[in-house]
Design a protein around this ligand. Structure first.
Ligand code: GLV
Length: 390
């Protein structure tokens, strides 16, 4: 039995990934901003919600399939955009996109990915989603949107919570760059992680593929912190949704909404869906967990738009709790990244299988046969009251 087959939880995959992936790239995934309060509460706050057990229900013919943005999905999960995924494992975005396609769920490619939009289009056959960061060079952003459209992307995920980068101490201490600098410490690490190094030698994709070769002054591109500081657009505002949507000509999902007023503004300015997100706890440290604010955002805009959520989801039980509180689906970043680090494409497949099985079993034990029926009746309502008293 392989180590992947023995992994029963996302946490098992995380342990495997820690062993296989060089420290600076593992830490990039497993980190939040500053004290990591928000990063930790994203996951911990799921424990405050309890599921209602119902029995003696016919559990034959269960259904996990649903829709996200009108697109059919085999379960209501999409892969979240994660920068530098191609550093977790060689050609990581291609591997994750293929695993998502096989699993019947959407894959989102980050602007700050290692593999490019065209790489993903060439190596998959279904439309994927493209996540957009808005940079000062508008001509470049327009070209990027055009490339996403030309590649057949079926949605644009516009991230609005990263005009500047939250500080993640581990990345600064590790001197994170893509490609990595060949310091003595890094070379020593290669000796104990030869599989990762060997696979990296087999690909030419070692830096940010959507950017390198597409902008004239890609100085300091290898350092994400430095690049965002100098290139990301501090003036990004709600009005920008309009021209971006027009240029793309397809649905725009606004990601990074954590406040009911912002949710209303996103919709008023043309968002086709929103992702309740605190960027996996990587931006505003001290912000609430996403599961905590989800109900008030669903109350505010849930009847006008599709509300998706990300942050802290590590199991099928977490997914069901998010659905019970009104999310139409969830985006998962770390689930994908730990699977990828643990075992490449097969690792991502394993991660998605684990979550699918957990979702199916848990849903059944809640006495539900169809994931589309999950709602407030599946959890204890006094959990919500407790949430008010945080
Ligand atoms: C980029 O999106 C990051 O969170 O590092």
């Amino acid at each position: 039995m392989s180590a992947l087959d023995r992994a029963l939880t996302i946490d098992d995959l995380k342990t495997l990934a820690r062993r296989r992936v060089p420290r600076q790239f593992f830490d990039y995934i497993d980190s939040g901003a500053y004290t990591e309060q928000t990063y930790n509460s994203n996951e911990a706050d799921f424990d405050r919600i309890t599921l209602r057990q119902r029995v003696a229900v016919n559990l034959e013919n269960r259904n996990l399939a649903s829709t996200m943005l009108g697109q059919p999905v085999s379960m209501p999960i999409a892969i979240a955009p994660v920068g530098s995924t191609g550093m977790t494992d060689a050609d990581g975005e291609i591997k994750a996109a293929r695993a998502a396609e096989k699993a019947g769920i959407p894959f989102t490619l980050s602007t700050m990915a290692i593999c490019s939009i065209e790489d993903i289009a060439e190596n998959t056959s279904k439309p994927f989603w493209f996540q957009l960061y808005v940079m000062r060079d508008r001509a470049y952003i327009e070209r990027l949107i055009d490339r996403a459209r030309a590649a057949g992307c079926s949605a644009l995920v516009l991230t609005m919570d990263l005009q500047l980068l939250g500080q993640r101490h581990k990345d600064l201490r590790n001197g994170l760059t893509a490609p990595p600098k060949f310091t003595p410490k890094f070379v020593a690490e290669m000796m104990v992680k030869p599989g990762w190094a060997f696979r990296m030698l087999g690909t030419k994709r070692h830096t940010f593929g959507n950017i390198a070769g597409h902008v004239s002054d890609a100085v300091n591109l290898a350092s994400l912190t430095e690049w965002t500081r100098t290139q990301f657009d501090l003036t990004l505002n709600w009005k920008d949704i309009g021209w971006i949507k027009k240029r793309f000509g397809g649905p725009v999902i606004v990601k990074g909404v954590l406040d009911a007023e912002d949710a209303k503004l996103a919709i008023a300015n043309g968002a086709d869906a929103i992702v309740v997100s605190n960027h996996g706890g990587r931006q505003l440290d001290g912000a609430p967990s996403t599961i905590r604010v989800l109900p008030e955002i669903v109350d505010a805009v849930g009847n006008q738009t599709e509300v998706l959520v990300d942050g802290g989801i590590r199991s099928g039980q977490h997914l069901l709790k998010a659905l019970a509180l009104g999310a139409k689906g969830a985006l998962v970043g770390r689930i994908m990244a730990y699977g990828l680090g643990a075992g490449g494409e097969a690792g991502v497949t394993r991660a998605l299988d684990i979550v699918r099985k957990e979702t199916d079993t848990t849903m059944a034990l809640m006495g539900e046969r169809d994931i589309r029926n999950i709602g407030l009746h599946n959890i204890y309502s006094n959990d919500l009251d407790k949430r008010q008293g945080y």
